[in-house]
Design a protein around this ligand. Structure first.
Ligand SMILES: C[S@@+](CC[C@H](N)C(=O)[O-])C[C@H]1O[C@@H](n2cnc3c(N)ncnc32)[C@H](O)[C@@H]1O
Length: 285
């Protein structure tokens, strides 16, 4: 499914909200300069040693993770559709003094162009709220496989589609995602960084912009886990690890979440354990 029209609308919705998210992040540049990292253990473990590797960070948002990855020794290129996110990421790189390159593009255009130009990377990474913005999983997976170096690998950490059947009070509300079915969000991309009250702001939480209403609607694409894995396998990527986690890292997606150590959040005691995130590593074979 191409749906460039919906992805361009998503660009507007992200452009409207990036500054609001950033307003909660505190002095992230200083935090990064002084040795901090925005990464969680799950992606660190899946990524392994990054020293000297070229790394493509897809859907990099405001670049906190990209810069944290660069601090681990990778040469990082971040790509995002949002003009505001890329401006913010460049500003963060400059202020934190960590070199990283950021390019604004729709992931599909970028992968097609990079493949035409013969660009290659040792590692491709994407995380935390990425697959739901993709309208075509096969083109995405094929693009990633094409630009990976022969011994390269892809790491993805994202929210689990199983969690998507619940509304925010843990009531079963929607079918399990499948076939990339578009879901229109009239309220657009929300202020999930503010709602996480510190879970997504390791440099400290700022009150920032309060009561934000996004004037730009957004469209999600609902995929099941099997479809995601099949797209990667179909692109001849050898899936070596799939982990499922019964907690979220930082994001307070549901009511009454229990706080665990390390900015993790689990469902309340009366909700059965359910996978809220998954992580995978797939290698070029
Ligand atoms: C939830 S954020 C990802 C979080 C990010 N990993 C971080 O470290 O903050 C999703 C990102 O996907 C980007 N995005 C959405 N659709 C896209 C597309 N078609 N191409 C490239 N980026 C896209 C958005 O602009 C947004 O920055």
């Amino acid at each position: 499914m191409n749906r460039r029209d919906l992805r361009e609308q998503n660009r507007e919705s992200w452009n409207a909200v990036v500054g609001v998210h950033d307003s909660h992040r505190g002095d992230l540049a200083r935090f990064l300069r002084e040795g901090g990292s925005t990464l969680f253990r799950e992606e660190r473990d899946l990524l392994g040693d990054l020293e000297g590797r070229s790394l493509l960070h897809l859907q990099c948002n405001s670049g906190g993770d990209s810069i944290s990855l660069a601090k681990l020794g990778a040469t990082v290129t971040g790509v995002d559709i949002s003009d505001e996110a890329v401006l913010s990421a460049r500003d963060l790189a400059q202020k934190s003094g960590v070199p990283a390159t950021f390019e604004r593009a729709d992931v599909y255009d970028w992968l097609e162009r990079a493949s035409r130009d013969g660009r290659h990377f040792d590692v491709v990474f994407a995380s935390y709220g990425v697959v739901c913005w993709l309208s075509d999983l096969e083109a995405w997976a094929d693009g990633i496989a094409t630009i990976l170096n022969p011994s390269g690998y892809f790491v993805l950490v994202d929210f689990h589609p199983a969690a998507d059947i619940f509304d925010e009070d843990w009531n079963p509300a929607r079918d399990y995602p499948s076939a990339g079915e578009p879901l229109r969000l009239d309220e657009g991309v929300g202020d999930y960084v503010g709602e996480a009250v510190g879970g997504l702001t390791p440099a400290g939480f700022e009150e920032g912009v309060g009561s934000f209403e996004n004037p730009e609607k957004a469209h999600l694409f609902r995929w099941g886990l099997g479809e995601i894995l099949t797209a990667l396998a179909g692109a001849s990527l050898r899936i070596t690890t799939v982990e499922e986690y019964t907690y979220t890292n930082g994001e307070r997606s549901f009511a009454r979440m229990r706080e665990l150590a390390g900015r993790r959040l689990a469902p309340p005691e009366d909700v059965p354990a359910v996978p809220l995130m998954y992580g995978l590593r797939a290698e070029k074979s």
